[in-house]
Write a protein that binds this ligand. Structure first.
Ligand SMILES: *Cc1c(COP(=O)(O)O)cnc(C)c1O
Length: 384
């Protein structure tokens, strides 16, 4: 019905194509890596501080502190807030495990809340319903590349005087528009923002990396201290910290890729527009929702399909050489690791539905129309 003629696809289709992205910036990146190697400034040094200030400028945040990965970023942020064992931290039930894992690791209690069916994100109301006397922080996640409704979440947080740590690992580069018309970058709205530079993220390095951002000078000092063994000055340790550094080689790569981030986000958005346009007429498919308050940078392009079709659709695509992924197949509260934090048998209805209906298609900066056409034809012909 909607099928357009297939062009023969000769290369395997990846979920994420980092190889072709690298080829386009190879000369610049290779030179930057070799410069770090010959400089011997492997730890901290000018590449790291240079990247931190360029990212701060991009985000409109006063401080950016690099660290070893996105999971550490979340952990360090919570440590800097000085939370105590038993304190409750509100977190979505539908997210990557890291967001809730660090809460448990610090002896805090993750309070998992349901998400909105359309946006996949928590809302001000869902957060407010979960607040108790023990609540000490809120960690919204900007899932798949679109920000949670931060304006209403901040209103709730301010009313209860709670710090907000944004998990921006999937949404770096997205713009948030407030009712007043003011625009801010996701991750720069809460008290602290965290991100990951895992290779497949929208701003990815060639290994592990992460960063923490804040406008608060006092919090920034604590974050830097926690990330560096709780050190106030060399060999004076005021608190327990961790050793979590952004590698200088990764920082050098990130400086190059940061300059292309808006272009990368645009390439993802164009690919999403193409998918939307081709798949929107198939009634069994629900396209990704686009909120008016947040631009979508499409870390993932995630459809909802009927639960009893989902696994067969995946198999059908697999047989045609088209990869797909389920982010995420199991609600966090059903993971064994989180059993201690959850009343047995309790479920959150939207999270349950999403775990059974979501499917993510290949999404990256190098998708071609020929490949997308082939993917769409095969999605459509499964349902026809
Ligand atoms: C990737 C990711 C993280 C963790 O980042 P790492 O660098 O892999 O530690 C945390 N939260 C979310 C939502 C993520 O997607």
């Amino acid at each position: 019905m909607e099928a357009e003629k297939d062009v023969k696809i000769t290369e395997p289709i990846p979920m994420v194509d980092l190889k072709q992205q690298y080829e386009k910036i190879k000369d610049e990146v290779d030179e930057a890596i070799l410069n770090v190697v010959s400089s011997t400034r492997y730890i901290k040094g000018p590449e790291v501080t240079g990247f931190e200030s360029e990212l701060a400028e991009y985000l409109g945040s006063t401080h950016v502190i690099g660290c070893a990965n996105g999971t550490d970023a979340l952990q360090i942020a919570l440590m800097a807030l000085g939370l105590k064992p038993g304190d409750e931290v509100i977190v979505p039930s539908f997210t990557f495990v890291a967001t809730a894992e660090v809460i448990g690791l610090l002896g805090l209690t993750p309070v998992m809340v349901d998400v909105d069916l359309a946006t996949f994100n928590i809302t001000g109301q869902l957060v407010e319903e979960a607040i108790t006397d023990k609540t000490k922080a809120i960690v919204p996640v900007h899932l798949y590349g679109q920000a949670a409704p931060m304006e209403e979440i901040m209103e709730v947080a301010n009313r209860y005087n709670l710090p907000v740590v944004e998990d921006n690992a999937q949404a770096i580069g997205s713009d948030y528009t407030f009712r007043s018309g003011k625009v801010k970058k996701s991750g720069s709205i809460g008290h602290i923002g965290c991100t990951s530079f895992f290779p497949s993220k929208n701003l990815g390095c060639y290994g592990d990396g992460g960063a923490i951002f804040t406008d608060d000078d006092d919090l920034a000092a604590k974050i830097a201290m926690v990330a560096n063994h709780g050190q106030s000055r060399q060999y004076y340790h005021d608190r327990l910290g961790v050793n979590s550094r952004l590698d200088a080689i990764q920082a050098a790569i990130l400086r190059i890729k940061l300059r292309k981030l808006d272009h990368y986000c645009q390439a993802r958005k164009s690919a999403a527009d193409y998918y939307d346009q081709r798949l929107g007429k198939t009634i069994q498919i629900e396209l990704p929702y686009r909120a008016d308050y947040s631009s979508h940078v499409f870390h993932q392009y995630t459809l909802k399909v009927p639960a009893n079709d989902r696994d067969q659709l995946r198999e059908h695509l697999q047989n045609k050489g088209i990869p797909s992924m389920i982010y995420y197949p199991v609600p966090l509260y059903k993971q064994k690791a989180f059993a201690p934090y959850w009343p047995q048998g309790k479920v959150l209805p939207h999270t349950e539905t999403l775990c059974q209906t979501v499917i993510s298609l290949p999404m990256h900066t190098e998708l071609t129309e020929d490949v997308q056409n082939y993917i769409c034809n095969n999605v459509i012909n499964y349902f026809s």
